[in-house]
Design a protein around this ligand. Structure first.
Ligand code: ATP
Ligand code: MG
Ligand code: MG
Length: 581
């Protein structure tokens, strides 16, 4: 990191070093006013990562100075998300815990003639800031009121003697300075909304500009890391620490992370939910971290993605597909493979005896013995994926067709389609007859397809209630760009962003996975941690809309699957780049 602490009094530095022992102290400071998003993953990695790299500590600090937008439930979600990403705060702190101390320092600031109570409206403040149409910058009439008057009025503000907007406390900075962050920033305002932690104890609340640097100072933060839009605020951050003669951390900015093809703003996401374009704030098509989690993305994949971006001063705008590739890489190495079929067609292997059934042992991941193996039934009647059969002649189709052969994954011999049975009324293919080719010398098939056994006694197939397949929520790369989408992001919704398949079978191997999860899960609600690849279809996880019922008692008597009430799968990512953008 560039630079050391800006000029600071030796005694303040000594005191700081006594408190920290010379170690790095950082903080991740979200406002509890919504879910964290992919951009925050960068800030989390930088703050926790820097501290860890230097054997220091990192706090999770809630910057909760705006009671109108903040909620305890958002704080809980943020704590959970930071934990999910794999980080452990040294302590969870709240700016609101420092309200009394911040108030005392505000009084002190007034006494130093560096703050004053002001009654200007927002419009009047704008006017005084000057500009091409408004003329030169100017001080307001309140700026030079006596210190004693400001103290009295500030106490009156605190005691509820002013309504919202009637009085503010402003820092007396430097109107001559070219940096707007010196034009007498607001330090306190009156807000009569109860605070989620301090209730109605306060009716004045400190602003970000006043609070952030002081709380950093109280907590002996060594490196106050923030995003680049705060570069101009660095000078006012230092100004306040210096004015009050408190320990001054070094502020350092890095670029924001944005992703294309989505919106991250809380207000816009709320609007998408309200209009029913997405199911919830954690809809898997969104890029809040709870949404990414619900889609089945492993936290390690998010962190790998962030690490690869590196830390730069400039903002970065990333294509969604780039995150996808990190997810795919990670899952390719870690996810167990299962067979599943969508819109299944029944295939009867006529040359096998009635009721035929054998066990096949299957690698959980081909060519990776460390992932273990499982045993599944192979039967006379099996199910194949609807898309793996084509009745009409097509030279470029290498899967099952009348008179043609195909290999079955995990089974030695190929099958040949001998007959097509159709519903006489609809003409729809309802069943295929086929021959199991166990004769010697049968040519090795070029293509292998997945299948699922029909074995009621083993509970096969496992019927999936819903499979959700996702695509981009927006049609354009930059739904917020006026030139790309002149009608606004709400006009850019991709109506096909979620396809739901309700006719899906998977093999019984899914129970082993759930069993393992049930034994390992702490919360018992993190269904998304049940992740696997459906061979040839993609990577999936269980959605929280699933209901595993009594499944969590794997030592119970009956077959586990009987108690499961609903299985909903999310496709986390396809096997290859499959996005429309
Ligand atoms: P948003 O309005 O998108 O929620 P914010 O800056 O208001 O962003 P905070 O909750 O105040 O969000 O942010 C907590 C920390 O995360 C801050 O240090 C902020 O700079 C950082 N952060 C927020 N968005 C991004 C982003 N897109 N990329 C990198 N860091 C970010
Ligand atoms: Mg925010
Ligand atoms: Mg903010």
């Amino acid at each position: 990191l560039p630079g050391t602490n800006p000029q600071i009094k030796p005694e303040l530095m000594e005191e700081h070093l006594r408190a920290t022992g010379g170690k790095y102290v950082t903080r991740f400071p979200p406002e509890p006013n919504g879910f964290l998003h992919i951009g925050h993953a960068k800030a989390i990695n930088i703050n926790f990562g820097l501290a860890k790299a230097h054997d220091g500590i990192c706090y999770l600090r809630f910057d909760d100075t705006n009671p109108e937008t903040e909620k305890e439930s958002f704080a809980e979600s943020i704590i959970e998300t930071v934990k999910w990403l794999g980080f452990t705060p040294a302590e969870i702190t709240y700016s609101s815990s420092y309200f009394p101390r911040l108030y005392e320092l505000a009084i002190e600031l007034i006494k130093l003639d560096k703050a004053y109570v002001c009654h200007c409206t927002a419009e009047e403040i704008q006017m005084h800031r000057g500009g091409p149409e408004r003329g030169p910058r100017s001080a307001c009439v309140h700026r030079d009121r006596p210190i004693s008057e400001s103290i009295e009025l500030f106490e009156k503000m605190k005691n509820g003697g002013f309504e919202e907007g009637e009085a503010i406390l402003r820092m007396k900075m430097d109107l001559e300075n070219g940096n707007p962050q010196f034009w007498d920033l607001v330090a306190y305002r009156v807000l009569k909304t109860p605070h989620h932690r301090t209730g109605t104890e306060w009716c004045i609340y400190p602003t970000y500009d006043y609070t952030h640097c002081l709380v950093d100072s109280f907590e002996n933060i060594t490196h106050s890391l923030c995003t680049s839009e705060f570069a101009q605020s660095r000078a006012s951050y230092y100004w306040l620490c210096d004015a009050l003669e408190v320990y001054k951390p070094v502020q350092w900015e890095s670029g924001r992370l944005n992703v294309q093809g989505t919106v991250l703003s809380k207000r816009k996401i709320a609007e998408l939910v309200r209009r029913g374009h997405v199911m919830d704030l954690d809809d898997p098509r969104l890029y809040t971290l709870p949404a990414i989690r619900r889609r089945g993305v492993p936290p390690e994949a998010v962190n790998n993605f962030i690490h690869n971006l590196g830390v730069t001063k400039a903002d970065t705008v990333i294509e969604i597909a780039r995150l996808d590739s990190y997810i795919r890489d990670y899952l390719n190495n870690t996810a167990l493979r299962l067979m599943g079929v969508m819109n299944p067609i029944k295939v009867t292997l006529e040359n096998l005896p009635e009721g035929f059934e054998m066990s096949v042992t299957v690698a959980n991941k081909p060519r990776d013995p460390s992932m273990g193996e499982r045993t599944i039934p192979f039967t006379r009647e099996i199910w194949i994926d609807g898309s793996d059969f084509k009745e009409i002649e097509d030279k470029n189709f290498y899967r099952l067709a009348p008179g043609r052969s195909v290999g079955l994954l995990n089974v030695l011999c190929p099958i040949t389609c001998t007959n097509v049975i159709k519903d006489p009324n609809t003409g729809r293919v309802v069943e295929l007859k086929a021959r199991y080719e166990d004769g010697e010398g049968f040519p090795r098939p070029t293509t292998y397809i997945q299948w699922v056994a029909e074995s009621p006694k083993h509970g096969s197939p496992v019927r999936v209630d819903e499979v959700r397949l996702f695509d981009n929520l927006f049609r354009h790369k930059n739904p917020l760009s006026i030139s790309e989408v002149p009608e606004g992001y709400l006009s850019d919704i991709n109506e096909d962003s979620m396809k739901v398949e309700r006719n899906v079978f998977v093999e019984i191997g899914i129970w082993d996975l759930m069993d393992r999860w049930a034994k390992a899960s702490v919360s018992g609600t993190d269904y998304e941690a049940i992740r696997f690849q459906l061979t040839r279809i993609g990577y999936f996880c269980l959605d929280r809309d699933s209901d595993l019922g009594e499944f969590r008692d794997p030592t119970g008597n009956g077959p586990l699957q009987e108690t499961t009430k609903k299985i909903v799968l999310n496709r986390t990512v396809g096997l290859s780049v499959s996005r429309t953008l």
